[in-house]
Design a binder for this molecule. Structure first.
Ligand code: EPZ
Length: 423
């Protein structure tokens, strides 16, 4: 398993381009299964999550080819069973279920396991499929979803105990686009990636309205056609590097190919913590620089447009070095504090209790061998390593390679000294 050796006391300079959104690419690539016509999806980050999905789509008969950030699909003759050995590698593969059900009237996908950030149920996805007329059966760890009489539009509330579901909203939307009649999804997720998917489906000929709000309406159509679409920038990668620029740069850094609208809550939080965040006129570039008097803050994650759970670990790393006391509560994944035990190995002063971390800022962290546990926690460890004294060795790097495209090169482009050791 690869590890990354990060030289401490980094002083990042200059600028990098932010990649396309992983969490937009996954459902959009899956949505190309809804038509037999060729589709082109651009700005798809070359990360293991998108590559796993491409493998699954090829196994389904999707004829998917990637050339750098552009993916071409032609899902002429597809079959309904997603292979377990691929699905088990990435729980987000569940997002092929909606398009398979919409296109073929049936789907068979293995039940995704949980992961370190918490149990990852799909009860809301299945509730939506049943509301559309599908029958759900379990078969040796696989979920069978079948709609022998086709799918019929329905009024569905997708709210769970932790709020809306992003991939659940995506899946039900993708199943509903070819259903007979109209579907209304209440308590829909409003994330920009859900909006991007709805725009993609409308480009294919779907009739979706209300996306970006809690109520999405889908009028079923007969058929969808091929499209050419560029996915939105990755707001989580952008926020990760905004924190890097504040933690590990004297003069500040610039991030290009971002979308200010999607970074509002990160911008507000960083400004309230005393830092400098300046966007260009178009909102496509952002300059960040550590403030002279940083102060602790309170973060409570919530569904978009609230503070994203996917930014929580990175901000925890920053607050570990911010004078004063900060409180971080993750209401979406209460267990998502794996980064804290590793940050404490580096000298951070953090108490985790239930879904909450109380962070007492310290002057400096010390480099240490640490272990990545999930995608965003591993990013937090890289950020901490950049500012720590000495070297930090981050093992199980495959976690970070799931969602950060060319992170070594991007860090080096900013002047960081990092070395990937392939073991
Ligand atoms: C998406 O996961 C993202 N992944 C996650 O990002 C992100 O953390 C999450 O949304 C929340 O924003 C992708 O888009 C590929 P949810 P998803 O369904 O859709 C509960 C990353 O770091 N729930 O919105 O799987 C669930 O347990 C990844 O890029 C149910 O109870 O998350 C959680 O508490 C990690 N029943 C909450 O809802 C369900 O049927 C939100 O989960 C589904 C979810």
């Amino acid at each position: 398993m690869d590890k990354l050796i990060v030289q401490g006391d980094a002083d990042l300079k200059g600028s990098i381009n932010i990649s396309g959104s992983k969490n937009s690419s996954l459902p959009i690539l899956a949505a190309t299964l809804l038509t037999e016509e060729p589709c082109i999806v651009r700005n798809v980050p070359d990360v293991s999550d998108t590559n796993y999905l491409i493998q699954i789509m090829n196994a389904l008969g999707g004829h998917v080819e990637r050339s750098s950030g552009t993916v071409r699909t032609e899902a002429k003759g597809i079959q309904h069973e997603a292979p377990y050995d691929l699905v088990r590698k990435m729980r987000a593969s569940i997002c092929v279920m909606g398009p398979l059900l919409g296109r073929l009237g049936r789907a068979k996908v293995s039940l995704p396991g949980g992961c370190v950030i918490g149990d990852r149920p799909i009860d809301l996805h299945l509730k939506g499929f049943e509301a559309l007329g599908a029958e759900i059966t379990m078969d040796g760890g696989d979920i069978n979803v079948e709609a022998p009489n086709g799918l019929t539009g329905a009024h569905i509330n997708l709210r769970g105990k932790h709020g809306p579901t992003v991939l659940g909203t995506d899946n039900v939307m993708m199943a509903a686009v070819l259903a007979k009649g109209t579907t209304v999804i209440e308590s829909a997720a409003c994330e920009p990636e859900v909006y991007d998917l709805a725009e993609f489906l409308n480009l294919m000929g779907a009739k979706i309205s209300g996306h970006g709000t809690r109520t999405i309406t889908i009028e079923g159509v007969e058929k969808l056609h091929g499209v050419d679409h560029r996915v939105i920038p990755d707001r989580i990668e952008a926020a990760t590097f905004m924190v890097a620029g504040i933690m590990a740069s004297k003069e500040g850094i610039t991030l290009k190919r971002v979308c200010r609208e999607h970074l509002k809550v990160a911008e507000d939080m960083l400004v309230s913590a005393g830092h400098c965040v300046e966007f260009n006129e178009e909102g496509t570039q952002v300059f960040v620089k550590k403030g002279d008097a940083p102060k602790g803050c309170e973060i409570i994650t919530s569904p978009y447009p609230g503070f994203p759970t996917d930014m929580q670990a990175q901000f925890t790393a920053m607050l570990a070095l911010t004078p004063g006391i900060s409180i971080i509560e993750d209401t979406i994944f209460p267990q998502r504090f794996m980064q804290c035990s590793e940050l404490k190995r580096m000298g951070a002063n953090i108490e985790v209790d239930g879904g909450r971390a109380v962070v007492h800022g310290v002057e400096k962290l010390s480099g240490a061998p640490v272990m990545a546990s999930d995608l965003r926690a591993s990013a937090a460890l890289v950020l901490a390593g950049l500012t720590a004294s000495g070297e930090t060795e981050i093992s199980r790097l495959y976690h970070i390679d799931r969602g950060y495209e060319n992170i070594d090169e991007k860090l080096e482009q900013l002047g960081a000294v990092v070395k990937r050791v392939i073991e």
